[in-house]
Design a protein around this ligand. Sequence first.
Ligand code: CAA
Ligand code: NAI
Length: 246
Amino acid sequence: MRLQNRVAIITGGANGIGKAACETFLNQGAKVVIADFDEASGKELEQHFQNQGKEVLFIAVDVASQESVENMVAQVLAHHEKIDILINNAGITRDAMLVKMTEQDFDRVLDVNLKGVFNCTQAVVPHMVSRGYGKIINTSSVSGVYGNVGQTNYAATKAAVVGMTKTWAKEFGRKGINVNAVAPGFTKTAMVEKMPEKVIQHMESIVSLQRLGETEDIANAYLFLASEESSYITGHVLHVDGGIMM
Ligand code: CAA
Ligand code: NAI
């Protein structure tokens, strides 16, 4: 039990990578808050884990809204009285070539993937500082590190996440808070299913390990960075991408 009695908020926990992370964290003894926009999937997942006797709570939130995030964090503290781990995992894509990208799609991706990470961390960090303990894990992407055709908006947010991670590691290291990022490669979720088949095949072919990522591959990296095994690691970007680029 690597996370016994730790309280973890997992944004975007209702589907995909976040869902796998909820299961991994619960199996390691954590009390998990699924903080997601998708009420139907979130409630279903909450019921599923509660039936297994796990300590799980679903809270509906739009990470892009500061008010919604503050409300979510207040509910977590009312229920659990502490927050040990924040996984800033919620994210969206609105892919298009640069010349075709609408301002609306540019703005929405920034609001969720960039401002959402800012909102959640800003709402949680004063509590972590007051306890002198915290683990914050942000989700970047291969797209943010290397760029990707059709992802001007998304790549910009995922590169920005790296900058925020390193900044917060410097700001909060002396307060006992570790801040790291995971940069997943192409991983089998709804996000990748939306891609043209031709592009998926190309991406798979350039991965050194010759396969797409499984959601558990990313969840295990979150687990390592949330556990005490990584207590001397901060400001790091952990690439979990099968060696797609080096
Ligand atoms: N690499 C190289 N060339 C690419 C490419 C890629 N990844 N994707 C598209 N192209 C090329 C096409 O082959 C095409 O070339 P030609 O003009 O020579 O025929 C040109 O770019 C235009 O492509 P489309 O005809 O597909 O143009 P479109 O306007 O219909 O669609 C697009 C453009 C929306 C970007 C579409 O190609 C697409 O969805 N591509 C995939 C984008 C992608 O990789 N998204 C990742 C989603 S998963 C995720 O985001 C998770 C993560 O963190 C990695
Ligand atoms: P997904 O689409 O399967 O799940 C994303 C979850 O985030 C959903 O449950 C969705 O409801 C939630 N969400 C979206 N907008 C929200 C909002 N405004 N407020 C609260 N919740 C919201 O996506 P996936 O693939 O699981 O992605 C998880 C994270 O991993 C994202 O940050 C994504 O950018 C990142 N990532 C994914 C990769 C992949 O190949 N799947 C690769 C690299 C990074």
